[in-house]
Write a protein that binds this ligand. Sequence first.
Ligand SMILES: Nc1ncnc2c1ncn2[C@@H]1O[C@H](COP(=O)(O)OP(=O)(O)OP(=O)(O)O)[C@@H](O)[C@H]1O
Ligand SMILES: [Mg+2]
Length: 277
Amino acid sequence: MSEVNENAAIGNSSSPNNGNSNKIKNIIGVMSGKGGVGKSTVTTLIARELNNKGYKVGILDADITGPSIPRLMNMEDIRAFSSNNSIIPVVSDEGIKMISLNFLIEDENSPVIWRGPMIGNIVQQFYNDVLWEELDYLLIDMPPGTGDVALTVMQSIPLTGIVMVSIPQNLVSMIVAKAVNMANQLKVPVIGLVQNMSYVKCPGCSEKIEIFEAPEMEAFLSEMNLELLGELPMTKEIINYSRTNDSLSEDVRGTVEAMTEKIEVFCKKNKLRMFLR
Ligand SMILES: Nc1ncnc2c1ncn2[C@@H]1O[C@H](COP(=O)(O)OP(=O)(O)OP(=O)(O)O)[C@@H](O)[C@H]1O
Ligand SMILES: [Mg+2]
């Protein structure tokens, strides 16, 4: 079992609940149901875009057994610490606050061998006991699946909405449909769907090559009542952007900007809905 950093407040029952001092305006879950489709990558793309626009942004890595935010944000050597029993998040150079179990354990390669309820508790602590302070957007990078953690997040964290991530494959769509149905059953709004690895651009002629081919995507979107937030290509630049400060090409940047704007609009409308209630 993995050793948690002694300086951190994890598991400490006397740790205070920062729920009252944290002021988080919008909380976005990034989910899929399926593993390896790009949830964490899309989380970092949206977080960095929101941050570039001047918002205060945080990322909560709810993938306790397979945390990838520290590596994707190039911060794997940094450790979080605690003060007055609160967990102080790690802050990226650009100012994004982050918490992940890998910031709290000595060795990022140690496996976390815990049962579901304990993992759920950690996720709740990441929300309640981390000193997020004021945030415009908190993004929650969910683990694959529709199990314990997804349930804990949806039931105990006041999500503004969920961004679903998929790739154009029949089998994946079926699993994403489960995640959408789960959100619907728990009355958590789904903001829309990001179709990741949607195509590859031919380096010679710039033609879009659809590797997976999913002619039924339109039907899937309308059947699930999902808005398409954007289609991202399969490209090294997306992998590199996560790890470095390489800039994105114009069309990928445009897609990220457009999907982030749709998320902002959804959040603004949601605020208005809450206000008018
Ligand atoms: N658009 C893309 N083009 C190329 N590679 C990508 C793209 N999106 C993600 N990847 C790569 O695919 C792999 C999986 O991505 P990522 O870790 O974001 O998926 P995930 O859904 O969060 O996975 P998990 O379910 O394990 O948490 C990573 O190696 C990532 O760099
Ligand atoms: Mg992930």
